[in-house]
Ligand binder design. Sequence first.
Ligand code: NAD
Ligand code: UDX
Length: 469
Amino acid sequence: MSHKIKTICCIGAGYVGGPTMAVIAKKCPHIQVMVVDINHERISRWNDHNLCNLPIYEPGLKEIIEKCRGKNLHFSTDIESNIAAADMIFISVNTPTKVKGLGAGHAIDLKWIDASARQIAKYAKGYTIIVEKSTLPVKTAETIKQILESSHQNMVIKEESKKAFSVLSNPEFLAEGSAINDLENPDRVLIGGNDNNAIASLTEIYSNWVNREKIITTDLWSSELSKLIANAFLAQRISSINSISALCESTGADINNVALAIGSDKRIGKYFLQSGPGFGGSCFRKDILNLVYICKHYGLKEVAAYWQQVIDINNWQQKRISNIIIEKLFGTISGKKIGILGFSFKANTNDTRDSPSIHICKELIEEGGCLAIYDPKVIPEQIEIDLSIKQTKSKKDSEGSWYFSRSVLDSAKDADALLIITEWDEFKKLNWEEISNAMRPPSWLFDTRGITNIYEARKNGINTWRVGN
Ligand code: NAD
Ligand code: UDX
């Protein structure tokens, strides 16, 4: 028998916690959804009256916030009482790659998961279902269970405050930029666990808008592992197509034609075959590194080496692009102005985590380039953090520098090259005559996403390079 869920608490108000809980609140008006975070600034932005100040930009998100916030969707820093009041708790905290200690550079840093489990162990009351929403190494549920169980042993528990927990795995498959649509119309919902009642409770929530046939239930370990593998397979396709982009450039074939030809085979499928500057975002790199780490841990070194190649090709593609730019600009970009179009890791998000722009811009700055970086959603303060270099005060070219530009035309003004890194719609229909007039000849367009009309650019006297062409 399922337990009726009336109150949900989500620990972590980030790119997953925020949109996921917003959609649950929208689809389940009978459930109170509380999203808590230790980050006060983030929570105050979730509560900001001006919906343009929400901490996350995601198409369709602000409409849901407007509709549900203050009714059955709440954002708070009061972790203690919201945990205590919840029938079900989602853990949606960050799980980045460890930067120091055992497994640094590969293993997942579980300190935020550990802290969340301890908060739950301390404050939860009665029976609570714990849902792992974060992406976790296989068998993390075991650790969470141990932390929760140890809380019983160390306490003299009064009869009325007895605690009991069930732990489920429910990984999230949303992609940024299309998160709301992905959450409202998921390909599948995956629930792993061994407590059928708890599984039934979570299934009931999703059944408010997801067809039952799309709700897959498995054991805990398969669920945790499936999330890592889904990301690894997706990233593998990108590294595969990017490796072939280089071969196309060498042979005169066109990557778009190759992608169309192979993608028309149903067994291969047409998605995730867009060649570009390499994958970015907070998930692919860290999840594959973790997969490599787990394989090594179990002595599967050939398997580890196989998946490591997906990362290596990604790094190589980014380095290859910056090398091409330097080579085309006569072997030196020292003191040359390069307009950078796009800094987020993909279009329709303000997220810059592991964005290809960071790696490519750092290389170009290192080579002495002067970058004028424009992105419609990323703020200059974020770019400063990502590049670890302050922007120059004046727009005057000074070797190895960058400044935040307010428009495409500002980036193009007196520039030797324009480099498209993010596939924002705005960059798909540029006025090449205007841009060409603004640039310093001989000017170059480097299109790493293959989204511009390079023939128009060429017609207006700009030299062009497009990935895989
Ligand atoms: P995020 O960094 O945007 O958000 C995590 C939030 O958790 C932060 O605001 C942080 O302050 C908060 N937090 C950390 N420890 C806390 C604690 N003890 N108590 C309260 N709040 C705490 O991360 P994200 O992008 O939302 O990712 C969360 C998880 O979901 C990760 O495991 C990630 O791999 C996974 N995931 C992410 C995506 C994505 O597209 N971003 C998609 C699927 C899965
Ligand atoms: C990814 C997974 O898609 C999602 O299921 C998971 O929950 C989280 O990780 P996300 O990183 O938000 O989502 O975006 P995604 O659309 O997968 O793009 C990741 C990176 O790959 C981006 O840098 C994107 O530009 C790049 N990409 C994607 C390509 O270069 N080519 C493609 O064909 C697709």
